[in-house]
Design a protein around this ligand. Structure first.
Ligand code: AMP
Length: 304
């Protein structure tokens, strides 16, 4: 159990900066409207009473987690997500529990689910400039995660939330792993988003996140993932062959980036740093998004 950490966005919101070793409990929060329902419980808007800091409180039922043997996965998710600090990674401020439930104190993503937002777009897809700006945010966040030796392994619209400025927040680290130097062979992730090395049960590393970024880029621009089929084995076969078909409306630049991410050999995929320099990204990246990306801020301060 972690000790109570201050909930903060800026110094003015800082609370509980005491040396006490107290743990969080439900008494610290006012509970507001439900934000959504998940497989293992509900998420509520909530406010920490002392600081008035708004958060999302995820309430998970121990009995349901035990039934599905998810305790280990949740422990890993908490361990990983609570240590990550990036504007495009959903913060986990802490957690606590009682007899029957586990409570996760999460950053509130004011603009909700990416999946629903995508479905609401005309033709269920985003424009190229919008997609390029999302890709840059994801590349920046994954570059940070990989530097911390964390592989997400399950990037897809369902696992992305949107912040107050419409910025991406990677959530759900349920399938992520800490990879000190090891390569894992666990089969996980959603079928449509599985990299060839995972489909074939080979070992994999952080390059799987580059593949899933390619799938996501395609889905954002087209409205459905590239290897979607009714029958699973057909999807598997198309993944292994990288049997990709581009609709006519995609630009040369967008197709070029997707093709550079969806390479069968993991080491051939375009690295995240190069993705941020890809002409299609550079031409669409807005000043507003660029100014929020930590890797660009670093470049700026190095030049100064
Ligand atoms: P989950 O159990 O993580 O699938 O969450 C269920 C639903 O609650 C999601 O689909 C979102 O609509 C909502 N939700 C979860 N976490 C947050 C958050 N941090 N901020 C805003 N809404 C959230």
């Amino acid at each position: 159990m972690e000790t109570k950490q201050p909930l903060k966005e800026s110094s003015t919101n800082q609370v509980n900066e005491t040396s006490d070793e107290d743990e969080w409990s439900l008494d610290n929060f006012e509970i507001g409207r439900p934000l959504g329902k998940g497989k293992f419980g509900n998420v509520y808007l909530a406010r920490e009473i002392k600081s008035k800091f708004i958060i999302a409180l995820k309430v998970l039922f121990k009995s349901q987690l035990q039934k599905c043997h998810m305790e280990h996965q949740l422990r890993r998710e908490i361990e990983i997500q609570s240590h990550l600090r990036h504007p495009n990674v959903l913060r986990m401020y802490g957690y606590f529990y009682d007899e029957t439930r586990i409570y996760l104190i999460l950053e509130f993503a004011a603009n909700g689910e990416m999946y629903k937002f995508l479905k609401r777009q005309p033709h269920g897809r985003f424009s190229e400039p919008q997609t390029a700006n999302y890709m840059a945010q994801l590349a920046d966040a994954l570059m940070y995660c990989h530097a911390q030796k964390v592989i997400h392994r399950d990037i897809k619209p369902e696992n992305l939330l949107l912040g107050i400025h419409g910025e991406i927040k990677i959530a759900d680290f349920g399938w992520s792993v800490h990879a000190p130097s090891s390569r894992r062979t666990t089969m996980c992730g959603t079928l449509d988003y599985l990299a060839p090395e995972m489909v074939e049960g080979r070992s994999h590393d952080e390059h799987v996140d580059l593949w899933t970024l390619g799938i996501l880029c395609y889905e954002f621009l087209v409205g459905s993932p590239p290897f979607e089929e009714e029958k699973q084995d057909l999807t598997y076969r198309r993944i292994c062959k990288v049997d990709i078909r581009f609709p006519a409306h995609l630009s040369v630049g967008a197709k070029d980036l997707i093709a550079k991410l969806l390479r069968p050999k993991a080491e051939d995929r375009i690295p995240l740093k190069k993705l941020l320099e890809h002409p299609w990204i550079v031409m669409h990246l807005t000043e507003e998004v660029r100014s929020r990306l930590p890797s660009f801020q670093k470049v700026k301060s190095e030049k100064a």
